[in-house]
Design a protein. Structure first.
Length: 257
């Protein structure tokens, strides 16, 4: 990394960015020893940097293999800057239109190592506390979580681990109910959740799929429970489903594949 002369910098921040660049430039997760060899940082200092970057979500540590890769927060920053698959840039106008049409808050959610996270928000009601902001991880039993549980096929190991972890938090009765619900979600491309994060605030979510029928992202509408439709046949639901279908087609999706 080149430095301009006579420009004051924060050396520790520069070192942290150097570590991120090393990992970003490799096509596979790196072990501690590999990062140390490539960075030349002492063991004690490198431990501190890696722990800090991991805690901040900029790096992800696979505990099974002891390897490091870019974390969910880093991916969110990159997505905000350039748009992963141009998702943010492509979806944002739809979020705006959906919020105007529904008079509710609309969210764009993408997948990270730690589960689905909010990548963008379009607020229609600034006085409404939806219990989330950009970067918030959403649980399995949220409308968004249900969409990702049903439609997100890759990376398969991460999805399975996330689902097992989330399902372990549910009662046996809740798990059985969710199993039944998944069948309907896959059929209708629509998921509803009553007050998953904040009392009196509910949501519904629909998937954005690509040419392989893989999940690109989800669009979620959030608002006061009495104003959020819980069936895909509702006029508001149909409008959002239509928007998601147009976006899916822009990523090469074709129904009946």
């Amino acid at each position: 990394m080149q430095q301009q002369k006579n420009v004051q910098i924060i050396q520790s921040l520069q070192t942290g960015v150097q570590i991120l660049e090393i990992i970003a430039n490799k096509d596979h997760p790196l072990k501690f020893t590999e990062i140390q060899e490539l960075s030349g940082i002492t063991k004690s200092n490198l431990y501190k940097y890696l722990n800090t970057l991991t805690q901040l979500g900029l790096l992800y540590r696979d505990k099974r293999h002891g390897t490091y890769s870019l974390g969910g927060k880093f991916i969110q920053y990159c997505s905000a800057a350039i748009g992963s698959k141009d998702v943010i840039g492509r979806v944002t106008p739809y979020l705006r239109d959906i919020s105007r049409y529904t008079a509710q808050t609309s969210l764009l959610t993408v997948w990270t190592h730690e589960g689905p996270v909010i990548a963008n928000i379009w607020n229609a009601n600034y006085g409404l506390n939806i219990g989330a902001q950009i970067g918030t991880r959403l649980p399995l039993m949220s409308a968004t979580g249900k969409i990702f549980a049903v439609f997100n096929k890759t990376p398969e190991i991460e999805i399975k681990e996330w689902k097992l972890k989330e399902l372990s938090k549910l009662t046996e009765e809740q798990r059985k109910e969710f199993e039944k619900e998944q069948v309907e979600i896959e059929k209708t491309y629509f998921a509803y959740a009553a007050e998953p994060l904040v009392e009196h605030v509910s949501s519904f979510s629909v998937p954005i799929l690509d040419f392989n029928h893989d999940l690109v992202a989800s669009i979620t509408v959030v608002g006061f429970t009495k104003l959020i439709p819980h069936k895909p046949t509702d006029e508001v639901s149909q409008y959002v489903i239509k928007c998601a279908r147009e976006l899916s087609e822009s990523f090469g999706f074709k129904s009946g594949k």
